[in-house]
Design a protein around this ligand. Sequence first.
Ligand SMILES: [Zn+2]
Length: 151
Amino acid sequence: MFDAKRWSQKVAGQDCPVCAATPEAEDPLWLVTLPSGRVLLQDDADFPGYCILYFRRHVTELFELTTGEQGQLIEDIGRLARAISGTCRPAKLNYACLGNEVPHLHWHVVPRYPEDGWWGQAFLARSPAQRKILEPGKYERLRRGLRATLG
Ligand SMILES: [Zn+2]
């Protein structure tokens, strides 16, 4: 059930899990930090290369950014998407900015593959219980490849 008071607190940044995140070097999913924020590489077996870019400060909506921040963010998303495309060779990339669960501005950049099991559907059609973890060796190779491309 929607709790309006709790939602207002989350939007204001109270107990925000992104703002309270561990230092990047200690975050097992940390890939790189771009000018707009931290990028986490998901250990997702269906969508290898799936990344989330978390904006560097607590804002909820895109319109809360300055024009300069908006420009930098789209540049960083483009840079990340180019790296994922070059490294993972997906058939298509999906982009999503939702924030209904964690209202700290973040973008999902999701490579899609015809064999990913969800082709023809939104990547969020999959339930959390259906998520499969990428094997650690593959994850590390992917991370090295993406870091080399992102420079
Ligand atoms: Zn936050």
